[in-house]
Each structure stands twice: as structure tokens, then as C-alpha cells.
Write a protein that binds this ligand. Structure first.
Ligand SMILES: [Zn+2]
Length: 95
């Protein structure tokens, strides 16, 4: 497999996980510059709950999970799930 193929596979896997998590996302509220989300685990026996912050200043997501800490540029399933959650809200708000 080429590097390109590996990356596509990884991001596809991430998107799949994020799509499964998106309906579970709970918005904790708007804290001025940040919006805070809780992403519950898909499988509570195997995964932990994570906290995701969205910064309105930088338009960036930050997650407290290990995957995000290791590769913040790639993001993680939790932050992508919150992005999907926000996209869906914006869709609903459109006339
Ligand atoms: Zn995460």
C-alpha cells in the first residue's frame, strides 16, 4: 500500500468513527470564546468520554484524547464528530 493509500484509509476510518459519534455529541454550552462539547463513548466498556472545545477565535477544535495530543493536525474522531454536530445545527438554522 502506498503512503497515500494508507492516509486515505486512516481518514476514512476516522470519518466513519466520527459519523457514529456525531449523534451522541452533547453541547455543554457557549462559554464566551469557547463552545464546549461532551462526546460520550460509543462503547462505554472500551472507550472513555472526551471533552472537546471549539475556539471561536481560532475556529479550532481541541480534544483531550490521546489521538489528538499525538496528532493535533489530523484531528480525532471526537473533534470531527463535533464539527459534524455544528454543521448539522447550521443546516437546521438555514431558512
Ligand atoms: Zn479526541
Amino acid at each position: 500500500m502506498t503512503d497515500e493509500g494508507k492516509r486515505d484509509f486512516a481518514s476514512e476510518f476516522l470519518m466513519e468513527k466520527a459519523a457514529a459519534l456525531a449523534p451522541l455529541v452533547k453541547c455543554e454550552g457557549d462559554f464566551g470564546r469557547n463552545i464546549r462539547f461532551i462526546v460520550p463513548p460509543r462503547n462505554p466498556e472500551k472507550n472513555a468520554q472526551h471533552l472537546v472545545f471549539f475556539s471561536k477565535d481560532t475556529k479550532d477544535f481541541h480534544c483531550d484524547c490521546r489521538a489528538y495530543a499525538l496528532h493535533p493536525e489530523k484531528g480525532c474522531s471526537h473533534s470531527i464528530a463535533c464539527q459534524m454536530f455544528l454543521d448539522k445545527l447550521n443546516e437546521v438554522e438555514k431558512p
